[in-house]
Design a protein around this ligand. Structure first.
Ligand code: HEC
Ligand code: HEC
Ligand code: HEC
Ligand code: HEC
Length: 405
């Protein structure tokens, strides 16, 4: 495990002062977002999100020449919502003027049609050395931007390395550009390539963590954006070599970029309009009664629950405009996974919010005949929703104390 110690985002205030005299170019590396467009906001403060990233990138762009590249892994898995996410990301990247996007197997899970759409929406900046990329891209050749020539690859066999990398380096040389490799593979693969091809200026690789300093193999810098878009990572090119590395945590002190926010809001509207929530897979289940109907016999528990945040969990999503977003609703209602569970506020108002049956299980049978026992509730009922990503401070005794009944 490598410890991540990044420049605190407040350091951004001092950027202008940090910048050396003219003639340098900033290379911003992004990628491996795994479908994370924005932090969920389940606990505060949360870091990351393309809206903040765009603000940070535009700040750099205001200060001088900047080249932005994306090393694949925009989405993870398939399905309609992922396809909409990938299209949204392509538009967002175009909005900040991304120069190259490495398309990888993770993205291809969406199918070649989706990649063609990404290619169009991103402004035609898709790159891949794989000959098979011809299926989804008419021109996936290396991209030229500023002082760089940029190409994309995945983990390569030695024969492919020997066949594909030297011509790429040659091409860069003949154009007077510094070769940048977007590599959708891990650090050790990146090191191996850097050792074999020392004239590559930078290799962008995949890691779940960002680095406090870049790995250097000879003159080659190995850079990673980490995952899920939590940091903005960049390096300064002085015309002959990389000189300075920057890794900025995207905390709430970064405002949301207005243009990218607009694209994001359109994404939410599409998810709503296409009724993706109505298409979530459901299994058959026992019938729910709704929290209100438990009140008849368990009034005290009901009154306690009514005052808890659980009772208002769907209101929270409505206020955030995420109440039709399958990425969010499952933990903020009763029984989204069940064919007789929550559908929407109008049809199933009794199942809105985290209800009694989110923890005790479906209870219609018990409500009609209390001799029919419910399953036991306890710490294990909580952790299906209070997962570290959404509830980092969860601790059963402390949390139970707040809702005990
Ligand atoms: C895996 C379950 C889960 C998912 C998925 C989920 N949430 Fe939450 N959410 C929670 C939990 C648990 C809490 C309470 C966290 C705590 O207080 O520790 C919460 C709390 C919140 C809060 C209240 C934060 C506060 O400080 O008052 C907001 C807002 C929120 N979620 C929005 C979202 C949005 C938007 C999404 C989708 C992008 C989402 N949630 C997806 C489980 C989830
Ligand atoms: C008609 C009255 C009635 C309704 C409605 C009712 N309960 Fe009960 N509940 C009881 C009685 C009586 C017991 C005690 C049963 C026993 O001890 O055998 C009980 C016991 C329980 C228990 C203890 C564990 C168990 O299964 O015995 C839980 C938990 C519980 N109820 C939850 C709920 C929930 C949740 C609802 C709504 C979905 C609900 N009850 C609706 C009457 C009711
Ligand atoms: C179905 C998902 C789900 C389950 C199961 C669940 N929670 Fe929650 N919990 C949430 C959500 C969502 C919120 C945030 C609600 C909001 O603020 O809108 C939350 C909020 C809370 C809060 C309020 C936190 C605060 O800052 O005040 C407490 C306390 C809590 N949960 C305790 C528990 C405990 C204890 C369990 C298990 C016995 C549990 N929860 C089970 C989804 C769940
Ligand atoms: C966030 C999860 C959660 C929610 C929501 C919730 N409960 Fe509970 N409930 C629990 C847990 C955990 C226990 C403790 C079980 C134990 O002590 O063995 C419990 C205990 C109970 C008991 C006592 C059981 C016993 O054996 O004494 C009753 C009755 C009950 N709940 C009814 C309700 C009703 C009615 C609602 C809704 C109005 C509700 N609960 C909402 C998690 C929840």
């Amino acid at each position: 495990m490598k410890l991540v110690v990044c420049i605190l985002s407040s350091a951004i205030l001092g950027w202008a002062a940090l910048r050396p005299d003219g003639g340098t170019v900033e290379l911003v590396v992004a990628g491996n977002l795994k479908g994370n467009l924005a932090p969920c906001g389940c606990s505060k403060p949360m870091i990351g999100g393309i809206k903040r990233w765009a603000t940070a990138v535009r700040k750099l762009q205001d200060q001088g020449d900047t080249v932005v590249v994306v090393n694949g892994g925009m989405t993870e898995g398939d399905g309609r919502q992922m396809a909409i996410k990938s299209e949204t990301l392509a538009e967002m990247f175009r909005s900040v003027g991304v120069a190259a996007i490495n398309i990888t197997g993770a993205d291809l899970q969406l199918g070649s049609e989706a990649i063609r759409i990404i290619e169009r929406l991103s402004g035609g900046v898709v790159t891949s050395l794989e000959p098979g990329a011809g299926q989804f891209s008419d021109d996936h050749s290396p991209r030229q931007a500023g002082p760089f020539l940029i190409c994309g690859v995945e983990d390569l066999k030695q024969e492919q390395l020997d066949e594909w990398i030297p011509p790429f380096i040659e091409e860069a040389k003949s154009k007077g550009k510094a070769p940048i490799l977007l590599l959708f593979a891990n650090e050790s693969v990146a090191k191996n390539i850097a050792n074999q091809f020392p004239s590559i200026a930078a290799i962008v690789y995949v890691s779940s963590n960002v680095m406090s300093t870049p790995i250097k193999v000879g003159q080659t810098w190995l850079l990673t954006p980490g995952e899920k878009g939590k940091f903005m990572v960049s390096a300064t090119w002085d015309g002959a070599k990389f000189t300075r590395y920057r890794c900025v945590e995207l905390g709430p002190e970064f405002a949301d970029d207005p243009k990218v926010s607009e694209i994001y809001n359109r994404y939410l509207e599409r998810v709503g309009a296409e009724k993706i929530l109505d298409m979530v897979p459901r299994t058959t289940n026992e019938e729910f009664a709704g929290s209100q109907s438990c009140a008849n016999c368990h009034d005290e528990a009901y009154q306690t629950w009514l005052k808890s945040k659980h009772a208002k969990a769907l209101d929270t999503l409505e206020a955030e405009k995420h109440d039709r977003d399958p990425d969010c609703v499952s933990c903020h209602v009763v029984g989204l996974e069940s064919s007789v569970g929550f559908m929407n506020r109008a049809e199933t108002p009794h199942l809105a919010g985290v209800g009694c049956e989110s923890c005790h299980g479906a209870g219609k049978a018990h409500s009609e005949d209390p001799k029919k026992k419910l399953g036991t509730a306890g710490p294990s009922s909580c952790v299906k929703c209070h997962v570290p990503d959404h509830s980092p401070k969860f601790d059963f005794p402390t949390y139970w104390e707040k809702i005990k009944h």
